[in-house]
Write a protein that binds this ligand. Structure first.
Ligand code: AMP
Ligand code: MG
Length: 396
């Protein structure tokens, strides 16, 4: 049985990045940047005023104040550049270019206009309320670096440096397939011992949150030949095949042999964690395979712990693995040593409180929890008040 960190390392080690594609900025949000973006011009492109007020040459107000300068002309945002007449002051608006000859701006509220003259009580500092050309980025300077997952603010920066589009990693194709005779679609009629398939949906949403394009394939019954044939087909046109269920050691757990019969190379099938001990990882050529246990908590958590980092790495995302954070444990947490435990918990600024029902079939607890407490395999747990390693579910 592989320890948690080693299992994840084994998966990430074998990742080759997928190709890239150029997309318009709007579509680039949520994707991973596949190029360095540099400023093609200085940012900002010209000196401009940060305030509504008056532009002047600070050297014109050196003797004892107050001062009154003749008002001459104005500079509006987007208007052509006009020179400041020596010895005068010019009206200026936020975002308007600073006229050559001026080196400072006095805000409207610090000046008074009377009969064609502007009176100032305080002398402006050179550069006051002026945003300088190239102050944010010099020409050629790095604005965004490859590997970042683009959010609202990143695409704003790209637009700011005049880029209409960006090169991003192509979306990983993920095929998800549930296995089990008992499964049916939610709302579909079925025998009293059937259950609605619920894992596939949650895992599809998780995968999409990591930028994947997901195919939720029809469920497969627990029958060796059907499984082999269907899984062989599912392996063809995808970057990651996720199977759900059928990977433990029961008589009807047929996924592992079916994958092997379909030509997959399995790397490991047990990880020293709880929940989620039976967990298959393998490859079929460039295609990655994750065989998740069927229990809803196990399936969804193991996908979060292994599948999401894998999807990020495929897209070349920097730091594909979220780091543990530290939090105060608000109640004692005990475990039998042997496997690394991931316990669902409620997080608050005060600390983490384990949820009562840690059964791996209890999906409600996952929807209710917002963090996982990680307890090392050799630990018997902690007393209330201990500092523990946690992962926020929203950041898996
Ligand atoms: P298995 O890993 O196939 O032994 O399944 C373990 C448990 O998870 C059983 O109670 C299954 O009925 C349940 N299960 C398996 N697959 C799913 C699924 N896709 N959605 C919901 N429950 C499932
Ligand atoms: Mg099953």
């Amino acid at each position: 049985m592989l320890p948690f960190a080693e299992a994840r390392e084994r998966i990430l080690q074998g990742v080759s990045r997928l190709g890239s594609e150029r997309v318009p900025l709007r579509a680039a949000a949520g994707r991973v940047l596949a190029e360095d973006v540099r400023a093609s011009e200085p940012l900002p492109r010209f000196d401009y005023s940060a305030m509504d007020g008056y532009a002047l040459n600070s050297a014109d107000v050196t003797a004892a104040g107050p001062w009154a300068l003749p008002l001459h002309g104005e500079s509006r945002a987007g208007a052509p550049l006009a020179r400041l007449e020596p010895g005068t002051i010019c009206r200026i608006f936020t975002g308007a270019a600073l006229p050559p000859g001026a080196d400072a701006v006095v805000a409207s509220e610090d000046a008074a206009e009377h009969g064609g003259r502007v009176e100032l009580a305080l002398a402006p500092r050179p550069g006051q309320h002026v945003r300088r050309r190239g102050e944010d980025l010099a020409e050629g300077e790095l604005a965004l670096s490859a590997g970042v997952r683009l959010g609202a603010y990143h695409v704003g920066v790209a637009a700011g440096v005049d880029r209409p589009d960006l090169l991003v990693a192509r979306r990983p194709r993920v095929t998800i397939v549930g296995t089990g005779d008992e499964l049916r679609a939610p709302g579909e009629a079925g025998s009293p011992t059937s259950i609605p398939e619920s894992n596939g949906l949650s895992i599809a949403v998780l995968a999409e949150s990591a930028g994947a394009s997901v195919l939720l394939a029809p469920r497969i019954a627990d029958e060796a030949e059907t499984l082999r044939e269907r899984l062989a087909r599912a392996l063809e046109q995808t970057d990651l095949l996720v199977t759900i269920g059928g990977v433990s050691i029961g008589r009807y757990d047929l996924v592992r042999p079916a994958l092997e019969a379909a030509g997959a190379q399995l790397d490991f099938w047990q990880v020293q964690i709880k929940p989620g001990k039976p967990l298959v990882y393998g490859r079929y050529g460039p295609t990655h395979i994750l065989g998740l246990p069927g229990n809803p908590v196990s399936a969804q958590l193991t996908f979060g712990l292994f599948g999401l980092p894998l999807l990020r790495a495929l897209q070349g995302q920097r730091d594909p693995v979220p780091p543990f954070e530290s939090a105060r444990l608000l109640a004692a947490l005990r475990q039998r040593p042997g496997r690394m435990g991931f316990y669902r918990a409620r997080w608050s600024p005060l600390g983490v409180l384990p949820v009562d029902n840690q059964a791996s079939g209890n999906v409600l607890s996952l929807a209710y929890a917002d963090a996982l407490i990680a307890v090392p395999a050799d630990s018997e747990g902690y007393d209330a008040g201990a500092l523990v390693d946690i992962l926020r579910l929203s950041q898996l």
